[in-house]
Design a protein around this ligand. Structure first.
Ligand code: PLP
Length: 397
């Protein structure tokens, strides 16, 4: 008999990866699909980072590494936290993992007990919910919407707290909404959480470098809350290094130690060569990511302008990351004569089949009113994709 665990049976497939798979299948059938479903920069990793990896191979960085990562890398991360975020984390408070995804899974498994509640402002990043479920904890979503720029308010957080609340997880800049919390907004959230010393904040800052506001703000900058914060970051998005799989946390020492113990039994220290490459990325001048940032900003402006001309779509202005998350409720109840659109999942399938553009339905992120378009693609591709979306949507009456 083919029996898998209850744990795996209760897990959902990542909908962003599922959409990527579906569009690859359609492409294999000969369809001309534009895929704007995946959260990955289309740039290549900068040359100096690749050179550092080649050098690491030649210098035989081929052995097991310390579980939390090479000390040189953790020192580089410690300096980066100070330089970019004005955060003091010693190397002992830093754990390097196989992507931020793994860093987050370590946190869920090291901190949560069955029945603990985790607050998730929605829209949230797809995997948070499933990671929390793997740890047998209970995700409690807090709904935000486009009218408040998809940002959770301190009042909403306070109202959702119960004696079982153990953590709150959020990303800034946010995947999927592109919203970025200001210093004042973060302080107001910290002011609520500090009243509950048992609640920990997971601040996922993986999109730090793709931020169109003047400066990235970390919630751990407020000393009064720092002992309750885990700052999550990595090199995937900012340095176009998704395949290298390096993410990390800065955390109170007891939490770092928990994650090291977990990681020591699960995966050990992550890839030696990727660690040396990440060290080069983080030790480089802070402005090496500026070119990519400029390109993302100009794409965002293009997408906002062209999507703004599609009747029925409601858009906010994303301040970071590389996604737009339009509200599509105006299309619910409409049909092209064949397909009825009842929700955002129907609409994203309709846009895939009729417009040949792959997007991700907002319900994957806990918001069934919206769809997510990733603008990590060339301006030419984006223009063509939006033309197709506009044509397809115009057939809905
Ligand atoms: N956190 C957020 C908000 C993300 O969007 C992603 C990737 O899509 C990750 C974490 C995972 O990043 P990594 O490639 O470092 O595992």
């Amino acid at each position: 008999e083919q029996i898998l665990s209850n744990r795996i049976n209760s897990l959902s497939e990542s909908q962003t990866l599922a959409m990527a798979r579906l569009s690859r299948e359609l492409i294999a059938e000969g369809k001309d699909i534009i895929s704007l479903s995946i959260g990955e920069p289309d740039f290549d990793t900068p040359t100096f980072i690749k050179e550092a990896a080649k050098k690491a191979i030649d210098e035989n960085y081929s052995h097991y590494t310390p579980v939390p990562g090479y000390i040189e890398l953790r020192q580089a991360i410690s300096k980066k936290f100070k330089r970019d975020n004005n955060l003091d984390y010693t190397p002992e408070q830093i754990v390097v993992s196989t992507g931020a995804k793994h860093a987050l899974t370590n946190l869920a498994l090291s901190i949560l007990n069955p029945g603990d509640e985790v607050l998730l402002p929605s829209p949230y990043w797809v995997s948070y919910l499933e990671m929390i479920k793997i740890a047998e904890a209970t995700p409690i979503t807090i709904t935000t919407n486009i009218d408040n720029d998809f940002k959770v308010t301190p009042e909403q957080i306070e109202a959702a707290i119960t004696p079982k609340t153990r953590m709150i997880w959020f990303s800034t800049p946010c995947n999927p909404s592109g919203s970025v919390y200001t210093k004042e907004e973060l302080k107001a959230i910290a002011d609520v959480i500090v009243k509950y010393p048992n609640i920990l904040i997971v601040s996922d800052e993986i999109y730090e470098h793709i931020n169109f506001l003047s400066k990235h703000e970390s919630i751990a900058q407020f000393d009064f809350i720092k002992d309750q914060v885990i700052t999550v970051n990595g090199v995937s998005k900012g340095f176009a290094m998704t395949g290298w799989r390096i993410g990390y946390i800065g955390a109170p020492k007891w939490i770092a130690e928990g994650c090291i113990k977990m990681q020591g039994q699960f995966t050990s220290g992550t890839c030696s060569i990727a660690q040396k490459a990440a060290q080069a990325a983080l030790e480089a001048d802070a402005n090496v990511t500026d070119e990519m940032l400029k390109a993302f900003k100009s794409r965002r402006d293009l997408v906002l302008k062209e999507m703004g001309e599609i009747p029925g779509l409601k858009l906010n202005e994303p301040k970071g990351a590389f996604y737009v998350f339009p509200d599509v409720t105006n299309f619910f109840g409409k049909t092209d004569g064949e397909t009825m659109i009842n929700n955002s999942a129907d609409l994203s399938m309709f846009i895939l089949n009729k417009g040949l553009v792959a997007l991700v339905s907002g319900d994957a992120f806990g918001n069934p009113d919206c769809i997510r378009l990733s603008y990590a693609a060339s301006e030419q591709t984006l223009t063509e994709a939006i033309r197709r979306i506009k044509t397809a949507l115009a057939t809905l009456k």
